[in-house]
Write a protein that binds this ligand. Sequence first.
Ligand code: NDP
Ligand code: MG
Ligand code: MG
Length: 340
Amino acid sequence: TVPVYYDDDANSDVIADKTVAVLGYGSQGHAHAQNLDDSGIDVIVGLRQSSDSWTQAENDGLRVATPDDAAAEADIVSMLVPDTVQPAVFEAISDGLEEGDTLQFAHGFNIHYNQIQPPEGVDVTMIAPKTPGHLLRRNYVEDTGTPALLAVYQNTTGEAKEEALAYAQAIGCTRAGVVETTFREEVETDLFGEQAVLCGGITSLIKKGYETLVDAGYSPEMAYFECLNEMKLIVDLMYEGGMAEMWNSVSDTAEYGGLAVGPEIVDESVRENMDEALEAVQNGEFAREWIAENQAGRPSYTQLYRADRNHDIEEVGARLRALFSWAEEEAPEEAEAPAD
Ligand code: NDP
Ligand code: MG
Ligand code: MG
């Protein structure tokens, strides 16, 4: 079993006197910066001059400087700009990384695929909260905490892990539990999961099901409900109680049909495709493709993006969800209306 760390395992003294530069004030950046600040840590946000983020961070009462100035002043540099711009931002700040400083990430892509080569003498760690930033912030304010992953890539001070744990505590993650992993494992499982199962796998499965019904002459509305809308109900049940709870909640006909036919649809050939996708993640082929794609101004990305947004299911869905949101807004009001 993997190690999990909680509040008792963290020593806040380790970062109490340190200055943290939070580079970026987006989803993760604003939450890390505000949580650290509320935990009494000296924070400086690193941003491009006269950007919206700069104004926002200042309005939130935080100290702001350019990324290179912020990094020069800080002991811990938290790299929370988008992954695709991190290598350029790293170039701009690397002079500010002195011996004994820490370069910290919330995702391991640029380290694992050598897009950032940190200097020797610097600790390199990861605290990767498992939620979007606005929830990281809300969970801190409500004192419920947010689970996170911890990894150490380079430990020159001998204190890299203790410091990462103290950082995790300061942003509210040891309250919920911090799971130890490696940069390699975090990156490879993350990329595989989002490609094969979560973002990629599930949307492709839904579209194939929708197209099968519509091509056979059924109405797009019915196809949308059966293949996309009901997905949430099924996933909610699995999230709550595993697959068993889902199977228990559906009819026997659905259970038998699902168990008998499901593996014929998502069959061994899909498994072989998954192995190939995993291999491309492991051998760096996918990373090279994505880096080249960005360098070329995202030509394929733009095409794929447009084709997906133009799929019939999106047009049908927009129409039906508009009806639905009316129903959802009305229902609670009716329920709350006084009986007399
Ligand atoms: P965002 O896209 O939200 O970051 C946007 C911020 O970065 C803005 O403040 C923007 O400022 C700033 N920024 C963009 N380009 C530059 C630049 N060249 N120089 C300085 N600042 C710049 O990023 P996320 O929070 O989504 O991701 C940050 C890291 O966290 C990534 O490594 C990601 O993988 C990881 N992560 C993200 C999660 C999420 O839920 N989003 C979850 C877990 C990890 P400006 O106003 O100037 O554009
Ligand atoms: Mg420094
Ligand atoms: Mg991901």
